[in-house]
Ligand binder design. Sequence first.
Ligand code: NAD
Length: 509
Amino acid sequence: MAETAAGAPAKARGTGSVQAHGNYVGGEWVPAASGRTFENRNPADSSDLIGTFADSGPEDVERAVTAAREAFPRWRAVPAPKRGEILYRAAEILVRRKEEFSRDMTREMGKVLAETRGDVQEAIDMTYYMAGEGRRQFGQTTPSEMQNKFQMSVRQPVGVCGLITPWNFPMAIPSWKAMPALVLGNTVVIKPATDTPLSVVNLVRALEEAGLPGGVVNMVTGGGGAVGSPLMRHPDVGVVSFTGSTGVGRMVSEACAPAFKHCHLEMGGKNVIMVMEDANLELAVDGAVWGGFGTTGQRCTAASRVVVHEKVSRDFTERFVARARALRVGDGLDPAVEMGPCVNEAQLKTVESYVAIGRGEGAKLLAGGSRLGGEHARGYFHEPTIFGDCSPDMRVAREEIFGPVVSVIPVPSLEEAITVGNSVEYGLSASIYTQDINKAFVAMRDMYTGIFYVNAPTIGAETHLPFGGTKNTGNGHREACVQALEVFSEWKSIYIDYSGTLQRAQIDT
Ligand code: NAD
């Protein structure tokens, strides 16, 4: 670990000076209490040092939570429309700096520029949406059983929210959590993924420039055990919102349970595209390529399974394989490139291990299967990979790989497609390709997922519908849309009796 102070330039090997980024605590950019830093490198070229970041620990979490707790009474007293106006200004700043932030993101996590622009755009959409919620925190008014009595419900913020986020949507996901929390009057401490701290630094800078008061948003970078764990366990943190793997999500849930904290979990997926015998096959292939290999398969909603009707299985698979083989893999900053690297060496090794598992299980390797060397050797690149003739019980067809690997599973009917589709432990997203409205409605009804698409792949959620999954993908909460407000607020029901007499509900009629 290099010893650098926050904001001071550090020397990168062969590339001149790089920025050293600190934590953001109480409106100040500060180094980790230990003074330690960690490096952030480009997964397309590991010799490219992007910057150094505070390698924080429990002491830094303590400072950030204290700053958030102290800022809470003032922030909650700011009228919600005014809070919304600050978010609106932050959205305008994100619009202005979209290209710069997108390039930073491609450099730190590898997905192609068109996709990182989409990621920043999602943060923009969410920020505008939640800015609007500043004027729309609707409650209910209902008639009372009694005369001369008024009643209503209002939302109230919870307090300090701990936000623990993954690397695959480095700005979008932090914004999905921070913006609803902030517009409701909460204060937040964000713990970015260690692979993608720069995108959260950029988001926080936009909020700072927009005029968010000090202490309302705080950011502490560092490892999951060193920062995420003390954050979720801190007694002053009332809400924990986590997106990441199901294994870590379970630990978050257990850590929150004793204190009955609000706990929101978005976790793994093993999403399915179902291709029926009457599908427009060219469209289905387009969807399978984009759904399976977009973001190098590193999306929670990635279409890592294609269940295809036996009557068209061969035709579909041949076209799908040809398209996967033709994908241009490389540095996402190159506009000609269609698929970037895996995010890091460990993720690439996971992909390699699943390729070996698939082969061992007897799945037919139809495309790819190897790490890329040569001009790709300095990055974590893997070929787009397709396994054919998979049975639903194979591990490659059941477990989340989180890389460019798709398993094709032939089935004899729609009913079987739905059974296979529902047979995994996750329930995030599913889709069907068919021209038959009846089949589409049956699948819409019977797939037990949080998201469903017709004639589109499993990816492409918009910010104004609820986002989340069933089974081991989630714990019943949703991000985006007005549903995102729920976990960050408590309802208060208020009864105002202006009769001047004691009126007893359910007793005086
Ligand atoms: P991860 O679980 O390894 O890490 C997620 C976050 O948790 C990171 O910030 C990490 O540092 C932190 N963390 C790790 N260990 C921790 C601990 N012991 N205590 C507290 N925090 C800890 O996940 P990842 O590799 O960053 O992301 C990939 C996973 O995220 C995949 O499973 C993917 O499906 C899932 N994901 C889900 C959604 C969704 O909305 N359902 C969206 C994106 C990603």
